[in-house]
Design a protein around this ligand. Structure first.
Ligand code: C2E
Ligand code: CA
Ligand code: CA
Length: 710
């Protein structure tokens, strides 16, 4: 304890016993220019607050806590030797300086942070600082201390900021906050709170499919006050449920009018605060409100903001379940804004995930944004949760979100929030503009399909299966073998009669086997190709297997590849299909490409086992594709003849004239390394489902072994 014997009574009242510093009285008296230390008015006030001191106290007891405070006091004295220092409350200090440069303040505070670590027993007690620089016209010193405190409080929840200067913006914010505190009761009484509605649009159809209700405070003196200001205050004074129920009452009243108007009616989502669940039986209150106006449960959705979800609270989780059981759609608002978004997704059950608008703010400037949003949508769909994107402001964002399968969109691109009176029912609620509410479940069902996923048509069962059959293959010392295969890949192997990776590898050890030769060639092609990819359809155990290969890398002569395999024969069930497969295996063993032409003038590549491009992937107009192909892969002198040969409008006449069932011709390959090797092209027409189709087959003339068409 400090020896206070030589202090006068007045001074004694100004001293903090624990640290020997001034106390609040001492500091204020100094600021007012009284007392022993009065040395004219101070112009800089630094307010310090130790974060997490409570948990330190709990851990080390009051004795430990006091030790820390005394240690910290000494450090402050060392760093601010010419300033007056006071401990104003438990873990709060103020420093009064006559004048200090901003840089100097920042520098000394940084050093204080380091010094404090010497006393915090490794618990990393952060010290936050608010700084007020006097302008000279302050009349009340309490206001000066208050402002320093306000600056400090402003960054308490901002984890990466340790100091904050009080400025004009903060001043305005502070004044407005004070106004809200002084006037909210009045605002309730005078019904200053209003609902604004913002449209939600179905990405697929562009039609309005719902609204979000957002609160506004119409103040006769201050104008429109934003919820960003008053929600926090109402939460602090535990009156937020009163506001939320008042908004929900107005929403139900408006929906009732819509129901009676004969125009389109859409669901409205309302925002709930976490505190609503604690301050009242919020669902019972909302149910009462719906009953009062006769509003069906599916017309009111509940938004709970992500940051409200204190990780894994059983109470909140039960509340959310209760709403869902009662038939409400529950939405997770601001997904991705909190510290534990993924934990929240795991711990709570939601119907809809609303992607925080912060993601879209960097849509144009940061390439990663699109990947992240795409991944969120993909993940949500795999979990069977619907997605909404908010803050959509540009057509590019719209196009992107629609493409990746995000279902609903909201943002200034479609409209700002506005009061009900600004909507013109005849226009805004017509069925040209709005979705028929009856169709919502239908569109929701479509929305469940994951267009980005590998298995868009699978029912979501919440079992994690990687549906792409993926294996890792290593090529070493002239032998290739599987190193790893996922479950899907094992399922594929078993579909072709192979029961283990060892068995599959045994096949690969037979380097003479045509399947192995082709496989190794495909691996090599992927390595050579600029994009490190290749594809090959290879006959394995009487199945045609489509392989997509990616070269991964090489180390000490070992080369690794990722392989995705698909058994293209698996869809055939009947016996004819079976024999067709056997025939096709022969075809695929002998032809390096098979294309399918249609009488409508289009072409599709159905099989490719060569370095050649599918062509049809980027040009499916047959005439154009044939031209591109001939220019890429054939001798110049052969090209004209080739195009004539592939004129699908005359094929059948030519076949008739020849008295055969197909036509054949030969052309020189222009592919480097082929040295003009002769290729055989065959066109085989067939009539299918009311139209003519033409199979085109290509192979090297010198590889013809036996002609299965004989
Ligand atoms: P929120 O639920 O995330 O609402 C979206 C906010 O983004 C709204 O601000 C809206 O006006 C704004 N916004 C919408 N589209 C765009 C856009 O394209 N670009 C940009 N930059 N902003 C857009 P608002 O109305 O100021 O609401 C702020 C927050 O206040 C809300 O965020 C919500 O968390 C809370 N809030 C609003 N009304 C209520 C209410 O009745 N009860 C409760 N508990 N909270 C509410
Ligand atoms: Ca919201
Ligand atoms: Ca939001």
């Amino acid at each position: 304890m400090i020896n206070t014997d030589n202090y006068s009574v007045e001074e004694y009242e100004h001293i903090d016993e624990l640290t020997g510093l001034h106390n609040l009285n001492g500091a204020l008296s100094h600021l007012q220019g009284h007392g022993k230390h009065a040395a004219g008015s101070s112009s800089v006030i630094i307010y310090l607050n130790v974060m997490n001191f409570k948990s330190f106290n709990q851990r080390y007891g009051f004795v430990g806590g006091n030790e820390f405070l005394r240690g910290l006091a000494e450090e402050i004295k060392c760093l601010f030797p010419d300033e007056l220092i006071a401990r104003t409350a438990g873990d709060q200090f103020i420093i009064l300086a006559k004048s200090l440069e901003e840089n100097e303040i920042i520098d000394r505070l940084a050093r204080l942070g380091e010094a404090s670590a010497r006393h915090d027993k490794g618990l990393r007690l952060h010290i936050k600082a608010g700084i007020y620089q006097a302008t000279g016209d302050e009349t009340d010193p309490v206001v000066m201390v208050d402002r320093a405190k306000t600056a400090c409080d402003d960054i308490i929840k901002v984890y990466d900021r340790d100091y904050n200067f009080y400025d004009e913006a903060l001043n305005k914010k502070n004044e407005l906050r004070q106004y809200v505190i002084d006037n909210f009761e009045n605002a309730f009484e005078n019904k200053y709170f209003k609902v604004y509605y913002q449209k939600e649009v179905r990405a697929l159809t562009g039609k309005v499919c719902g609204y979000e209700a957002l609160a506004r405070w119409h103040d006769p003196q201050m104008g429109i006050i934003s919820p960003a200001v008053f929600i926090e205050v109402l939460e602090d004074v535990h009156l937020i449920h009163k506001l939320d129920l008042c908004i929900i009452d107005m929403v139900c009243r408006d929906i009732r009018e819509d129901l009676e108007s004969g125009y389109a009616v859409e669901a409205v989502s309302v925002n709930l605060s976490q505190l609503d669940f604690e301050l009242c039986d919020i669902m019972a209150e909302i149910d009462k409100c719906r009953a009062k106006y006769g509003i069906p449960v599916d017309l009111l959705h509940i938004e709970v903001t992500e940051s409200a979800l204190t990780s894994g609270s059983d109470f909140l989780s039960e509340q959310i379940q209760k709403f869902r059981k009662a038939g409400y759609e529950v939405w997770m608002d601001d997904f991705g804004s909190g510290y534990s978004s993924f934990n929240n997704l795991k711990n709570y059950e939601f119907d809809v995930l609303k992607i925080d608008m912060d993601f879209l703010r960097t849509f144009e400037t940061n390439k990663k944004t699109q990947v992240i949003i795409g991944t969120i949508v993909n993940m949500a769909k795999e979990l069977g949760i619907h997605t909404v994107a908010e803050g959509v402001e540009t057509q590019q964002q719209y196009d992107f979100l629609r493409r990746i399968g995000c279902e609903k969109l909201q943002g200034y691109l479609f409209g700002k929030p506005k009061p009900i009176d600004d909507f013109v029912r005849e226009v805004d609620c017509s069925f040209d503009v709005c979705e028929d509410f009856e169709l919502a479940p239908y569109y929701d069902r479509i929305g469940e399909i994951n267009v980005l996923g590998s298995t868009p048509l699978r029912e979501k069962t919440l079992t994690v299966v990687n549906n792409l059959p993926i294996a890792i293959v290593e090529y070493y010392n002239g032998i290739c073998q599987y190193l790893y295969a996922n479950n899907s890949f094992m399922a594929y192997l078993s579909s072709i009669g192979i029961s283990s990776l060892e068995e599959a590898n045994e096949l690969h050890h037979n380097v003479e086997h045509p399947g192995t030769i082709e496989f190794v060639e495909a691996l090599k092609r992927s390595e050579k190709n600029p994009d490190h990819r290749s594809a090959a359809d290879i006959a394995v155990n009487v199945a045609i297997v489509n392989h997509k290969i990616r070269f991964i890398g090489e180390k000490n002569g070992r080369k690794a590849y990722a392989v995705v395999a698909r058994n293209t024969s698996i869809h055939g069930e009947s016996e004819t299909a079976e024999s067709l497969h056997v025939a096709m295996v022969h075809v695929f063993n002998q032809y390096f490409r098979v294309d399918l032409y249609d009488e409508d003038g289009t072409v599709d590549n159905i099989f490719l086992n060569t370095d050649q491009l599918a062509v049809a992937d980027y040009e499916n107009n047959a005439v154009k594709a044939v031209e591109i192909y001939s220019n890429m892969y054939l001798y110049p002198e052969d090209r004209k003849r080739f195009r004539k040969f592939y004129d699908m409008t005359t094929v059948r006449d030519r076949i008739k004239a020849a008295g055969t069932e197909y036509i054949v011709d030969y052309y020189h390959s222009a592919i480097p390394g082929d040295r003009g090797r002769m290729q055989m092209y065959m066109i085989l027409p067939f009539y299918y489902s009311g139209r003519w189709k033409y199979i085109s087959l290509c192979r090297y003339a010198d590889e013809i072994r036996d002609d299965i068409w004989k």
